[in-house]
Design a protein around this ligand. Structure first.
Ligand SMILES: [Zn+2]
Length: 134
């Protein structure tokens, strides 16, 4: 298992994979997919997420096609795994922030993040609810 964790996918279908310490994953227009570095501890989840990301359109900004892709393909990876991931790595929840600033990218505006936020909060709500009723 330790050996598996050390395998780092760097490229997939023409995209560079860049690791960061927060969020889940985002596509950037410069053919970059940024993923939470902790996703390597969840190889199945990571694979599902990467498969999802490469299927987005190459348009910049918001497109209806991307929205449909996000809504229709939620089940490409285990939402249970994703929930566990978010609970163990709470910085993943920053994925839900629709507007943020980094020195590298300036202001990034992400409509899909609002949808992700709804989904993630839904699952966190369920987790809390399960936790309270145990
Ligand atoms: Zn997506």
């Amino acid at each position: 298992m330790e050996a598996l964790k050390k395998i780092r996918v760097k490229h997939i279908e023409g995209f560079n994979i860049v690791e960061r310490g927060w969020g889940i994953s985002d596509r950037f227009p410069n053919n970059e997919i940024r993923i939470n570095k902790h996703l390597h501890e969840y190889p199945e989840l990571l694979e599902g997420i990467l498969n999802h990301e490469v299927k987005h359109t190459r348009h910049q900004g918001f497109t209806k096609k991307d929205l449909v892709h996000d809504l229709a393909t939620k089940n490409q990876y285990s939402q249970w795994q994703l929930m566990k991931f978010c609970l163990r790595h709470p910085l993943a929840l920053l994925q839900a922030v629709p507007i943020y600033y980094t020195r590298k990218d300036g202001i990034v505006f992400d409509i899909n993040a609002m949808i992700t936020m709804a989904i993630v909060l839904g699952f966190v709500g369920i987790a809390i609810w399960i936790g309270l009723s145990l």
